[in-house]
Design a protein around this ligand. Structure first.
Ligand code: FAD
Ligand code: ZN
Length: 467
């Protein structure tokens, strides 16, 4: 055992350091695209232990890969295959430290699973709105490190907008104590926002103070079908106009994505007949169930009259509402089951999306007839998961090897020409690092590199990710 590992064992104890044995769960990413090999896995149980791990790794110049629930989709949370990088898992730091009802805030450790944060807020009679399909295993630290989006961004914003304060361990093992519950604090550069979305390359988040909101009295979910994406955009405009702040979710799924779910997960009911686009919309109302229902039914009627929408079904109870959401959230799982695919997580102004999708679908079909575009996502945020899958009968691995480069170029060129982003919510990690280097504004890249050098001069924090 090396000197570093001996020192880590002494500081963290047996439970705090895993060396050898089966470490696969820490070494392989969720999509199984980046199989790696760890030097060891450190599992500190406190902020002081995280600081000790960083100080030791800094002294030995050993690279550290912070890891939460390991559900990230861009290869940011697992080690490379050299066997030289230490995984720093926050999984033992999962305490909710406090809930401040009067301040509508909560402080929890970074390894706290998102669903547990939501539950702690609900126990106090409040809402923590961040919600995404991986919420049963992703962690608050990972959500902040990737500035996660999810299904409630339309109303409540990204992880960034929900965060009031952070506790962070620096590359050299110092602790920045920034867990204020303050809503106003103009005392110099905003360090909090620097660490949010930095994907473990600038510091290790050990705890965070997050905003809470009143629990809605009623949540109503509906599915509706549209003949075109332009129809779905028109439905969105109507929903905004009629429901205003009560509109908390607006998701779309194209025909191919629901057909894939039908094939891979046939046990899931699909309440509406197949259509070019299916919309999932959700209203959360502070007044009453009757009020919410009146707004929802009124807007669906208006949308049908305007020709924006075809069929619709409103969930009659919580169980049905959960089933609608489950259908939407099962698309990534159906895709994973169907094999490797080319994922895109793009954003554009909502108004530009129908044109982009029509042009891109046609260009891809021309490029490779039979190609499957599994297109779904958060239309209300202008964010689509425009994923591309092999034609039926073509092996996914061969498809990826031959076509990933050209297809990425086609999609990202079109996104860039229209002023969009190549990563709306999943981050850069290893997957999009090369793309970022050639597509991001050069001045922005130079500033990002300067920040990285200032905060992590030895380059030990998640090297090879982001920049
Ligand atoms: P990990 O995967 O462990 O890590 C992600 C990155 O953050 C890595 O770079 C890692 O080094 C870094 N990191 C982790 N913890 C820390 C820490 N404490 N300090 C510093 N750096 C850290 N994302 C969305 O935005 N919206 C979605 O709707 C969405 N849906 C998803 C659905 C599924 C089924 C899956 C598998 C993923 C989805 N994601 C989504 C991806 C999303 O990034 C993650 O689910 C989540 O935010 C990552 O949390 P995690 O704890 O798993 O982080
Ligand atoms: Zn998403």
């Amino acid at each position: 055992m090396s000197e570093l590992l001996r020192a880590l064992r002494e500081r963290l104890g047996d439970a705090g350091l895993l060396v050898g044995g089966d470490l696969a769960a820490y070494e392989t990413d969720w999509r199984k695209r980046y199989p790696g090999r760890a030097l060891a896995v450190a599992r500190p149980a406190s902020t002081q232990e995280v600081a000790a791990v960083m100080a030791l790794c800094h002294a030995h110049r050993v690279a550290v890969v912070p890891q939460g629930g390991n559900t990230g989709l861009v290869g940011g949370s697992t080690p490379d295959d050299t066997g030289q990088q230490l995984v720093l898992s926050l999984s033992r730091m999962k305490r909710v430290r406090s809930v401040d009802v009067a301040n509508a805030s909560l402080t929890a450790e970074a390894g706290c699973v998102l669903a547990d944060v939501q539950a702690a807020a609900a126990n106090a009679g409040l809402l923590f709105p961040l919600s995404l399909a991986a919420e049963g295993s992703c962690t608050l630290g990972g959500n902040l490190a990737t500035n996660a989006g999810g299904t409630q961004v339309l109303r409540y914003g990204n992880a960034r907008e929900l965060c009031l304060g952070l506790e962070v361990v620096t590359a050299s093992g110092e602790v920045w104590q920034g867990l204020s519950g303050l809503r106003k604090d103009n005392t110099g550069y905003d360090l909090r926002d620097l660490f949010i979305g930095s994907e473990g390359t600038l510091g290790v988040i050990t705890a965070a103070t997050m905003k809470l909101f009143p629990l809605p009295r009623e949540r109503l979910t509906a599915l509706a079908t549209c003949e075109s994406l332009a129809g779905a955009v028109a439905l969105l405009a109507l929903a905004r106009e009629r429901a205003s702040d009560a509109l908390t979710g607006f998701e779309v799924m194209n025909r191919t994505s629901l057909a894939l779910v039908a094939r891979e997960l046939p046990q899931l009911p699909q309440p509406l007949p197949a259509a070019p686009w299916t919309v999932l919309l959700e209203l959360s109302d502070a007044e009453s169930a009757a009020h919410a229902r009146a707004i929802l039914e009124g807007l669906l009627e208006a949308a049908a009259d305007a020709g924006a929408m075809h069929d619709a079904v409103v969930a009659q109870n919580l169980q049905q509402s959960a089933a609608f959401w489950h259908l939407r959230e099962s698309i990534p799982l159906a895709q994973a089951q169907a094999g490797l695919n080319i994922k895109h997580d793009i954003s554009l102004p909502v108004s530009a999306l129908p044109g982009f999708v029509a042009d891109m679908d046609a260009a891809l079909e021309h490029y490779l007839p039979g190609i499957q575009v599994v297109d779904f996502g958060h239309l209300g945020d202008g964010n689509l998961h425009y994923n591309v899958q092999a034609p039926v009968g073509v092996a996914p691995a061969a498809f990826l090897a031959a076509h990933e480069g050209p297809i990425n170029a086609m999609v990202y060129d079109a996104v860039q020409q229209r002023g969009g982003s190549i990563s709306a919510e999943h981050g850069i990690g290893r997957l999009k690092r090369e793309e970022l280097a050639v597509r991001k504004d050069p001045t922005a890249l130079a500033l990002m590199r300067a920040i990285k050098r200032a905060l992590d001069p030895l380059g030990i924090l998640n090297p090879g990710r982001v920049i």
